[in-house]
Write a protein that binds this ligand. Structure first.
Ligand code: PLP
Length: 389
């Protein structure tokens, strides 16, 4: 596959030549742990043991690298790695590039599980974190400790307030201090934004969300552009062992093929839902990167292809009213997670972000978050309107 192929072509074909044995047009699920050798050390096609390498996982890894950085993947410098979950990918990355005494800057509305990894796990290993408002480049620059900060961790759009951070500007801040810029690209997916092309060093994914897209698999990924860093990460992927299994890799790859068409519909449906929320008397405030008043809207315009499928809003009447809206929807299913074809609704304060209560990352109690799916748009709009009462 040439790197100047379009996004959709890469999503369907990158890393996925017809199977050399049978011509199968989709990579088979190589449900296998070990591989016969032709004499001691005589590996066929480089495979020896499935923690170290598995052909189904390789297909997914090559495809993800091509989607994040087509030219780098074609040149073999950018590399993808697939993990058992997004947090497994994050843990492997952080324990590869950090050492005791290191410092990291994290978003002040980071994904709850990422915050918990820093606060409850890595802190015990002597890694310190400082939360900063990522849409304020000066605040990030002030939080960075030159010589000690190893990572500036970026999520954009952020969760659950959907602020948009300037990846290129933050890459400059991180690099000036000798730190890596890591971007969790889960909310946008590579279809809407490609952080490596904006100066990021590593992209993190929970492939559980838009990349998998069907709420049927948990997985994670890292994509790194620098060959030396990618090599260290790949070494630790094998040394720490939190790899994606063959069936999970296959399901994720199947989801990735339709990423572009799904994202287009997620974005269009989200826009329609935002339009009714904006004018609704029971809605205090709407958060969506496509709204002019949203924190970072001007950055979203230049950095993203479209504004995504995530929307959050504050309900008049405080937490009880917000909980009531969550309990009343019929098409939107009450549940955690996001990025699947089906629409989901949740209350961040009590659900996804319960672990940040009492911390600087605490979210408003009257906040409701939507993952707008790809059902019939009129059904989604009508459901939100009836739930608001
Ligand atoms: C879900 C999520 C994660 C964690 O991924 P898992 O696959 O659940 O381990 C990390 N970052 C973001 C933004 C997420 O939404």
């Amino acid at each position: 596959m040439t790197h100047d192929a379009g996004f959709e072509t890469l999503a369907i074909h990158a890393g996925q030549e017809p199977d050399p044995t049978t011509g199968a047009v989709v990579p088979p699920i190589y449900q296998v742990s070990t591989y016969a050798q032709d004499g001691v050390g005589g590996l066929r096609n480089g495979y020896e043991y499935s923690r170290s390498g598995n052909p189904t996982r390789t297909a997914l890894q090559e495809c993800l690298a091509a989607l994040e950085d087509p030219a780098g993947a074609a040149a073999g410098t950018t590399r993808g790695m697939a993990f058992a979950s997004g947090l497994a990918a994050e843990d492997t990355l952080l324990r590869t590039v950090l050492e005791p005494g290191a410092h990291v800057v994290i978003p002040d509305d980071a994904y709850g599980g990422t915050f918990r990894l820093f606060a409850k796990v890595l802190e015990r290993w002597g890694v310190e974190h400082t939360p900063a408002r990522l849409t304020d480049v000066d605040a990030v620059a002030a939080a960075v400790q030159p010589g000690r900060t190893r990572v500036v961790w970026v999520e954009t759009p952020t969760n659950p307030l959907l602020r948009v951070a300037d990846i290129a500007a933050l890459a400059d801040v991180a690099h000036a201090a000798g730190a890596l810029l890591v971007v969790d690209n889960t909310f946008a997916s590579p279809y809407l934004q490609q952080p490596l092309l904006l100066g990021a060093d590593v992209v993190v994914h929970s492939t559980t969300k838009y990349l998998g897209g069907h709420s049927d698999v948990v997985g994670g990924a890292l994509v790194a552009a620098d060959p030396e860093l990618a090599e260290r990460l790949a070494y630790h992927q094998n040394a720490m062992g939190a790899v994606a299994g063959p069936f999970d890799a296959w399901l994720t790859l199947r989801g990735v093929k339709t990423l572009a068409v799904r994202m287009d519909r997620h974005c269009a449906n989200a826009r329609a839902v935002v339009d009714v929320l904006r004018d609704h008397p029971k809605v205090v405030e709407v958060f969506y990167p496509g709204l002019e008043g949203n924190d970072g809207h001007h950055v979203a315009v230049k950095q993203m292809r479209d504004f995504g499928g995530m929307v959050s809003f504050r309900v008049a009447g405080g937490e009880p009213a917000a909980l009531e809206v969550c309990n009343r929807t019929k098409v939107f299913t009450l549940g955690e997670s996001l990025g699947g074809v089906e629409s989901l609704i949740e209350h961040p304060g009590r659900m996804t972000h319960a672990s940040v209560a009492g911390s600087p990352l605490e979210v408003p109690a009257d906040l409701v978050r939507l993952s707008v799916g790809i059902e019939t748009v009129e059904d989604l709009v009508a459901d939100v309107v009836q739930a608001l009462g």
